[in-house]
Design a protein around this ligand. Structure first.
Ligand SMILES: [Zn+2]
Length: 365
């Protein structure tokens, strides 16, 4: 058995040249989305850049990263070849750090739920000026599905009569969530998550991390490079997920007493000003874990989210029935809906934890 493991590990090491082949195919220093890069590069090479592009897809798929690399490629001062960016000139550096005077970013303000018409009007004033130093003035409109209809309508004017040397780059979860009058005037690039298995080797090289860490990130992000990059750069968030999952397994092996204490502890933290969002994130993390348990119980080939917890998830999956596991998923989905309806958080957590069966784990969390 051990020999087999050693042999496969050696084979893995021997196969590293294959990784660099994969990486050389990585376009514009991104992982995946080669087809979209090819389209964008061609537009630059043929001097046929559109006035507006929409990068759509689930959050974390790399919509913003692709838009920014495109912004670099159109404005690079010393492109190594047509349609490429050097990454080191003044324009490339300023765009990467979000400080280029000709690149404006428009997104939901921290004190708001939506993009407002005033923000769009302010942006339009900027766009009517010639670029200070770049070839193109670029507006990056993030999550534009969050613009209210007035704000979307206001942008139409710019889309219909775009000033010369202006490019609008929009991101959204789905084109269908924008006004059709907007999407019909954009070149739409629909980005999808990558296959988890295909993402591991490129992640390992790009982020300079061990194979195990890359595997964990690929699963955790569900094939979404932007999300993998986020967790890689915010290790404390990944750490927090681990804590919530350890707590879940501890609570599962405990009876009602400690569970009620936990519900009280979390709801008190909230009263002390910890945001409502943290309770939501705990519930969402637990929901993903129960989904892993269901996948293991059903023998499905779908990728798990939390690889480091696979052994424990497996034990739970082998102890409970499919119906019991599915019931926990429904309960958590209900709880998340109730959280939106402003229900008392302690009561909500108690209700969730009351329904959990007690599972004796032989590995201690
Ligand atoms: Zn450059």
């Amino acid at each position: 058995m051990i020999k087999i493991i050693v042999v496969s590990y050696t084979l893995f090491l021997l196969s590293t040249p294959a990784i660099s082949t994969t990486i050389s195919l990585m376009e514009w220093d991104l992982i995946g989305h080669d087809w979209a890069v090819n389209i964008l590069r061609k537009h630059i090479q043929q001097q046929n850049v559109r006035h507006a592009y929409l990068f759509s897809g689930p959050p974390g798929t790399g919509r913003r990263s692709l838009a920014l690399v495109f912004a670099r490629a159109v404005n690079c001062q010393q492109p190594p070849s047509p349609g490429e960016s050097c990454g080191t000139c003044r324009a490339c550096r300023l765009i990467s750090s979000g400080q280029h005077p000709d690149v404006s970013i428009l997104e939901v303000g921290s004190d708001s739920q939506e993009i407002k018409i005033e923000q769009v009007r302010e942006l339009q004033k900027n766009l009517n000026l010639s670029p200070y130093e770049a070839r193109y003035r670029i507006a990056l409109l993030l999550d534009f599905q969050r613009a209210n209809p007035n704000a979307q309508n206001a942008l139409l004017k710019t889309l219909e009569e775009a000033p010369p040397r202006v490019i609008l780059l929009m991101t959204a979860d789905a084109p269908e969530n924008l006004l059709p009058t907007i999407t019909s005037r954009c070149e739409i690039l629909r980005l999808r998550p990558l296959a988890v298995a295909e993402m591991v080797a490129p992640l390992q090289v790009k982020m300079n991390i061990e194979a195990e860490a890359a595997l964990e990130l690929a699963h955790l992000s569900g094939g979404r490079f932007g999300l993998a990059d986020h967790y890689h750069n915010q290790p404390e968030e990944q750490e927090q997920l681990h804590t919530w999952l350890q707590e879940l397994f501890e609570l599962l092996s405990q009876d009602l007493g400690p569970r009620m204490v936990y519900a009280e502890k979390i709801s008190e933290k909230r009263r002390k000003g910890e945001s409502r969002e943290s309770t939501r994130k705990i519930l969402e993390t637990w929901l993903l874990l129960w989904r892993d348990v269901l996948i293991l119980n059903s023998g499905s080939q779908m990728p798990l989210t939390f690889i480091p917890f696979k052994a424990w998830s497996n034990q739970v999956a082998n102890t409970l029935t499919f119906q019991q596991i599915a019931a926990q998923i429904h309960n958590l989905e209900d709880a998340l809906e109730q959280l939106d309806a402003n229900i008392n958080v302690r009561l909500l957590l108690e209700n969730v934890l009351l329904t959990w069966p007690q599972v004796n784990l032989s590995l201690h969390p």
